[in-house]
Design a protein around this ligand. Structure first.
Ligand code: ME8
Length: 511
């Protein structure tokens, strides 16, 4: 049976249309999902929308819309964006899905029966943008939220609380036993420091928010949007038509292998969420990776600040593969990164149009000129420099993907492409052809085309359509990148006599 890999993006708030920040996490998640599929694993990629709570209620009110109608509209925009970016989630979960309500209620009951929920009085500063209470010392001047740069609101109301404090030791043990649980290391250290200061119980209900799931034991309150949203990771595992029970949801894909999130929500995922799982008596998710921010002028790009970059605009102008490639290669996962259109065009033109696209194009043109345009029956010796390089790179690229080091994977794959270009320049098959060295010319062309083939397969999690085009030009009949397999990265699978398609640039230079 193939091994399984389940991963999630955050469940995005529908307070505004999706932007490049939301697209970023989902593109990364899609690349991870595609890599695992390429390895032959069964994959379940979850994304979705977080539709309850005060922030959404207020946004709908401001727009003069019924909250559900508002949510339907924005959720549809998210779904459409994923298609535009060539991202195909296995489940788009919406927290207003009635099946989700059933899962939340059952989970709440379990935690209630554990004795981990009690009634108390919540006093504190609340940021509606973050849907979070903050301590005074975490706020800016005049009690402003440092993320949203807006005033927080004072709250003093009866709420239900979750006994997080009870899980302090168990959480510390979890972090100690599973050193890879929170990644990257810097985020792990932040969490350890935070937990060391002592965990306090947190309120999991709201008295004045009507747009939410009612507390099963007290319908005058609704469940806190974060408690609700985290559980969407469970609801999203239900098969179509399956009854919404925890047992059903957890039986195939649990525990989730990876929660990919931005660094802004690490605390919820690395502290609250495992404690909730412990309380409900279910195994803990395997890993949480908190990536960095896309910034504009040094500030987090976001819906609330309105300093966003529109992913649809980029896709319409440059195509999905270029957008995916830029963000995956140029921002080392875990670090912040800025977007500049000049840099974007430079990277895409250098890597995709010049290095990769041009290599294929010039080699196929030579094949056309110097042969009858079929792949020569030439086997390439193990010690051939391109073969030796490719064979040493393939496992390194696999390791980079495994470690979520996409930037490094791109550089490794490109080094094969660049070496191939250089090889052509130095070997000058055009001169050798003139000198009648036909066998050598054929060997050069086959070695280069084989390298391009390998590069295309290895790049397919990042630029699936360009990879497919390259392989089709080489004469392969694949119709979908999902038909590829990592086994295709072993050298020597370009069939002799195969007829490539007419050479045509796979990627045109951006102007
Ligand atoms: O927090 N750079 O939803 P959200 C990179 N509903 N990533 C960014 C980004 C930026 N500038 N801006 C946003 C929520 N993101 C909750 C999640 S999960 C159970 C509930 C990405 O719509 C990043 O992944 O505010 C961040 O964590 C996520 O969008 C927050 O999305």
């Amino acid at each position: 049976m193939p091994s399984r890999f389940a991963l999630t993006t955050p469940i995005y708030y529908v307070n505004a249309s999706p932007h490049m920040g939301s697209a970023y996490t989902t593109m990364v998640a899609d690349a991870i999902a595609r890599y695992h599929r390429l390895r032959g694993e069964e994959v379940w990629l979850v994304t979705g929308t977080d539709e309850h709570g005060q922030k959404i209620q207020r946004t709908a009110e401001e727009r003069g819309l019924d909250p559900q109608a508002h949510c339907d509209q924005i959720a549809a925009e998210f779904a459409a964006l994923w298609g535009q970016l060539d991202i195909y989630p296995d489940r788009l979960i919406r927290t207003t899905d009635p099946r989700h309500q059933a899962i939340v209620k059952e989970f709440f009951q379990r935690v209630w029966q554990r004795g981990d929920i009690y009634q108390g009085q919540q006093k504190g500063w609340y940021c509606v943008g973050c849907e979070t209470f903050y301590d005074e010392n975490e706020l800016g001047p005049q009690h402003t939220c440092t993320i949203h740069l807006k005033p927080t609101e004072w709250r003093d109301e009866p709420n239900y609380f979750f006994r997080l404090s009870r899980y302090q030791e168990k959480l510390e043990r979890l972090y100690a036993e599973r050193s890879q649980f929170i990644q990257p290391e810097s985020r792990r250290n932040e969490v350890l420091n935070f937990v060391k200061q002592g965990l306090r119980d947190f309120s999991i209900s709201r008295a004045q928010v009507s747009w939410g799931i009612p507390v099963p034991t007290d319908p005058s309150q609704t469940i806190y949007v974060w408690f609700d949203a985290l559980l969407a990771y469970i609801t999203a595992l239900l098969a179509d038509g399956e009854a919404p029970t925890l047992d059903n949801a957890l039986k195939k894909w649990w525990p989730i292998n990876l929660h990919l999130i931005g660094k802004d929500i690490v605390r919820f995922h690395a502290i609250y969420w495992p404690a909730m799982q412990m309380s409900a008596g279910i195994p803990i998710s395997q890993q949480i990776f908190g990536h960095g921010f896309l910034t504009k002028d040094g500030q987090k790009m976001g819906k609330s600040l309105g300093n966003t970059l529109d992913p649809l605009d980029l896709v319409n102008r440059f195509g999905a593969d270029a957008v995916r490639y830029y963000f995956l290669k140029e921002i080392e996962l875990g670090r912040d990164g800025d977007f500049s259109e000049t840099r974007f065009k430079d990277v895409i033109n250098a890597d995709l149009a010049n290095d990769l696209g041009n290599l294929l194009n010039r080699t196929l043109n030579m094949l056309k000129k110097y042969r009858d345009y079929s792949i020569p029956a030439t086997s390439i010796a193990v010690e051939h420099p391109l073969r030796a390089l490719a064979e040493s790179l393939v496992p390194q690229v696999a390791e980079s993907y495994q470690q979520l080091q996409f930037s490094q994977a791109c550089n490794q794959i490109l080094s094969l492409v660049q070496a191939s270009n250089k090889f052509l320049d130095v070997q000058a098959p055009w001169t050798r052809h003139k000198q009648g060295e036909q066998a050598i010319v054929e060997e050069i062309l086959v070695a280069v085309l084989e390298s391009v083939r390998l590069a295309a397969v290895m790049l397919s999690p990042l630029i699936p359509q360009i990879s497919l085009k390259i392989l089709q030009q080489l004469g392969f009949g694949y119709q979908d990148p999902r038909h590829l397999h990592w086994d295709l990265t072993s050298w020597g699978q370009l069939p002799a006599q195969q007829i490539p398609q007419p050479p045509e640039p796979v990627f045109l230079r951006l102007l």
